[in-house]
Design a binder for this molecule. Structure first.
Ligand SMILES: Cc1cc2nc3c(=O)[nH]c(=O)nc-3n(C[C@H](O)[C@H](O)[C@H](O)COP(=O)(O)OP(=O)(O)OC[C@H]3O[C@@H](n4cnc5c(N)ncnc54)[C@H](O)[C@@H]3O)c2cc1C
Ligand code: FES
Length: 258
């Protein structure tokens, strides 16, 4: 059950640079974290900047309920994410959360999680929730090169990990959809979850449909309010236009007509 939305000041407890373009923010909640679901996101207020008036949306990457922390995995894109990359331990960060729907947690696996680039952000929380649920999990992660892959050891704690890189510097060479685990005549997964660039998610969806497997993807449409009011994040679905920030960000690919 999703919780009511909160606006709270978190404290930065860690800011770790993973690559020159990616960093991990660990944020301490002011009190007990509400129940959070994999796939949900937060809207972050980037302070002291006239060009970042609108909050920036980020998926919940990891949750530690005992420590009351949540982590964000962020790729530097523009002014807002660059400012966030400079946060230091002890700095304050205002969040609206939890926002959006969530992945549907399959009780009977095995399931396959597929992520590309920084699109992997919501997959760690999803993998952790699924394996706590005793679901058998396999994770396929793709990047351009070895240095685009992060936290592989964390995924290995949840299930078997498969890797592709476009230059072949780690795992199998090619795109995620080229990986040999997807080339079998019959795929024995009850669900495929996918996050990454739209063309990658569309190719994964077509593999899933070919094998008659349900597929859920997380969309990253540009957002303003993040809670259903401004209608700037609309996506067409078979049910008509829907708000990615409320009816999504997670959609079954059949709803998207993919
Ligand atoms: C539901 C949701 C979850 C997201 N989760 C993550 C996450 O976990 N980690 C992460 O790094 N990013 C995530 N994003 C994308 C992130 O919100 C944007 O990269 C960020 O807002 C860019 O802010 P900026 O000020 O740095 O860039 P801006 O200066 O605003 O823009 C710089 C460039 O980034 C592009 N951009 C801006 N917003 C988006 C967007 N929503 N999607 C794609 N491109 C965008 C712009 O077109 C522009 O080219 C998520 C987006 C959504 C909608
Ligand atoms: S971002 Fe405002 S309605 Fe979705």
């Amino acid at each position: 059950m999703s919780s009511a939305k909160r606006i709270e000041d978190f404290r930065v407890t860690r800011n770790v640079a993973l690559t020159p373009r990616h960093f991990l923010l660990e944020l301490l909640a002011p009190g007990k974290l509400p129940g959070l679901l994999p796939g949900q996101f937060v809207q972050v207020l980037v302070e002291n900047s006239t060009s970042t008036f609108l909050r920036r949306p980020f998926s919940i990457h990891r949750v530690n309920e005992t420590e009351n922390t949540l982590d964000l995995l962020v790729q530097i894109k523009g002014e807002g994410t660059r400012k966030l990359s400079r946060l230091r331990e002890g700095d304050r960060l205002n969040l609206i959360y939890p926002l959006g729907n969530s992945f549907s947690l399959q009780k009977n696996g095995p399931v396959l999680l597929i992520g590309g680039g920084c699109g992997v952000a919501p997959l760690l929380f999803l993998a952790q929730s699924l394996c706590t649920n005793d679901t058998k999990v396999a994770i396929l992660i793709g990047g351009r090169k070895k240095h685009d892959l992060f936290e592989i050891e964390e995924y290995r704690k949840c299930g078997e990990v498969f890797i592709t890189t476009e230059d072949g510097s780690e795992g199998e060479k090619g795109l995620v959809t080229d990986h040999s685990i997807l080339q079998k005549e019959k795929l024995a997964y009850s669900m495929i979850y996918c996050c990454g660039p739209d063309p990658m998610m569309e190719s994964v969806a077509s593999v899933a449909h070919m094998h008659n497997i349900e597929c859920e993807v997380s969309l990253e449409n540009t957002m303003a309010c993040g809670f259903g009011v401004c209608l700037c994040c609309i996506t067409p679905t078979i049910h008509g236009n829907q708000r990615v920030c409320v009816e999504g960000p997670v959609f079954n690919t059949k709803e998207l007509g993919w």
